[in-house]
Write a protein that binds this ligand. Structure first.
Ligand SMILES: [Zn+2]
Length: 112
């Protein structure tokens, strides 16, 4: 059965979502309006000697998009750390945001 809909959400041929459906802001969990492909060459980061890799994209809500454009990295880190349950989790959240800010490429709007 041909379908333009998949369980992963609505994906473009390049693997990026085209809508914010079934997505939530990678930083704070709100409904997203932007998608930023992540440069895979910069997607790796290290926390406590353990290597992590960012996904191929992050989606951002309107508020986090504004913080990104304003280079308010501290704000993004604190938003992303809110759900962290311990010190290590907070360190990982902070490092993920720093890596994302470095590796994110030009965002494009999602249709909602
Ligand atoms: Zn957000």
């Amino acid at each position: 059965m041909p379908s333009t809909y998949s369980d992963d959400g609505d994906l473009e041929p390049d693997g990026l979502p085209s809508t914010g459906r079934q997505q939530s802001c990678a930083v704070c969990g709100a409904h997203p309006f932007w998608v930023h492909p992540i440069d895979p060459r910069k997607a790796c980061f290290d926390v406590g000697g353990k290597e992590h890799t960012l996904p191929t994209f992050w989606v951002l809500c309107a508020g986090c998009e504004r913080h990104l454009r304003a280079k308010e990295v501290d704000v993004l880190i604190s938003l992303h750390s809110e759900s962290a349950c311990d010190e290590w989790d907070r360190a990982k959240a902070a490092q993920a945001v720093l890596s994302f800010v470095d590796a994110a490429t030009q965002g494009r709007p999602l249709s909602n």
